[in-house]
Write a protein that binds this ligand. Structure first.
Ligand code: SF4
Ligand code: SF4
Length: 372
């Protein structure tokens, strides 16, 4: 596959050219105008951020993209699917409240928010795949029914996939709750017995009856029926129920790539990564740790694989921020040129997702970086 074009702009700004103007220039240089938006329903896939997290994308960026799309006759809406875990975004009413709390409301962004997989995450379309790791993909109906998909992606670290960028936001993010369950199901949790207080919170919250506190006052998981949904990890306040990532990352990354192919099938799409506030973990947590690297810039492309590869390369090249999590864990001196994601989350393999995405024809890992 030939090199894909990835357009990039740094974060230098001046009175006549603020970051919102730079974003507009970036997407136009990258060719967003070549898509026929007239009277088309456009899903803008974004992560609204878990309340308490401050690293999620500011709604002002979305508002700028909405303006660009509307000027082309589009009918845009902002969207995400419900989460697998308990939290502020696991059903549509709570999810909408979380989005509004974080500034994603029509007064700011100029368009509505629609939770793509409905009230409880059960409104999805099953798209046949029959690929190496997925028979089908369960994708939120609102995404499937839209004419065009634009992804706006906060590029940062991720505890399961290594980093979260375009592929993660599209593949995992457009999956309905059932789809997410499948994507996660290779990673069953483990109980760290020394931390367990026998509080039974996990037992009460497991929808599958797979975890029970025994007479020994320790929680035990029945792996025969555990689905790997992660609910017990989300609710355990004692860091006793934990994910075991070993060998899971590669499979999850591959499945995500296959889900992306389902989301983008027969649909024009365009992708924007924001390499800012590169926190170690995803925006699903109600906090964000100090970034791993300095803010880098914004990048856009029609090719989500090239885009993620280019952004990963930029983070690898960048120096680590002193005092960040990566420096807590590693005494490597200058970390410029080192793989920050693998050092932060040693059991993850982000490369596997990009390799697989390229193999299944989603895009190219080879890219031409065009700085504007
Ligand atoms: S929630 Fe955590 S601490 Fe409480 S019983 Fe379950 S594993 Fe143990
Ligand atoms: S991961 Fe397994 S044990 Fe934990 S809540 Fe889900 S099904 Fe239950």
């Amino acid at each position: 596959m030939s090199d894909s074009k990835v357009y990039f702009t740094n974060l230098r700004a001046k009175p006549s050219l603020n970051l919102l103007k730079k974003l507009e220039l970036l997407v136009k240089k990258a060719g967003i105008d070549t898509i026929d938006f007239d009277h088309k329903i456009v899903a803008i896939k974004i992560h609204f951020g878990e309340p308490g997290n401050m690293a999620y994308l500011r709604p002002n960026y979305a508002a700028q993209i909405v303006k660009v799309l509307k000027s082309k006759g589009a009918i845009p809406f902002l969207t995400d699917c419900n989460t697998l875990y308990y939290g502020s975004r696991s059903n549509a009413p709570n999810h909408l409240e979380a989005a509004f709390e974080n500034g994603y409301n029509p007064m700011v962004t100029g368009c509505p928010v629609i939770i793509a997989d409905g009230i409880k995450g059960t409104d999805f379309r099953e798209i046949e795949l029959n690929t190496e790791n997925c028979a089908s993909a369960k994708i939120g109906t609102a995404v499937v029914e839209s004419d065009i998909l634009i992804s706006m992606n906060h590029f940062k670290g991720h505890e399961m996939t290594g980093f979260g960028g375009a592929l993660k936001n599209i593949g995992m993010g457009c999956a309905s709750v059932g789809g997410k369950l499948f994507l996660h199901s290779s990673s069953s949790p483990k109980i760290y017995e020394e931390n367990c207080t026998a509080c039974k919170v996990c037992e009460k919250n497991c929808n599958y009856g797979a975890i029970k506190v025994g007479k020994d006052k320790i929680a035990h998981i029945n792996y025969e029926i555990c689905t790997g949904c992660g609910q017990c990890i989300a609710v355990c306040q004692y860091d006793s129920a934990r994910v075991v990532w070993e060998n899971a990352s590669e499979l999850v990354n591959k499945r995500i790539a296959e889900y992306v192919s389902a989301v983008l099938r027969n649909k024009p799409s365009f992708h924007i990564n924001f390499i800012m506030d590169v926190s170690p973990d995803c925006d699903c947590y109600g906090f964000n740790d100090y970034p791993l690297v300095p803010n880098i810039g914004m990048a856009a492309s029609f090719d989500p694989v090239a885009l993620d590869q280019a952004c990963a390369d930029m983070v690898v090249t960048a120096p680590a921020l002193a005092g960040s999590k990566i420096c807590d864990n590693h005494d490597h001196g200058d970390l410029s040129g080192k793989d920050k994601f693998s050092l932060t989350h040693p059991d993850t393999t982000w490369q596997s997702g990009l390799e697989h995405a390229e193999k299944i024809g989603l895009g190219s890992r080879k890219y031409e970086l065009i700085e504007i």
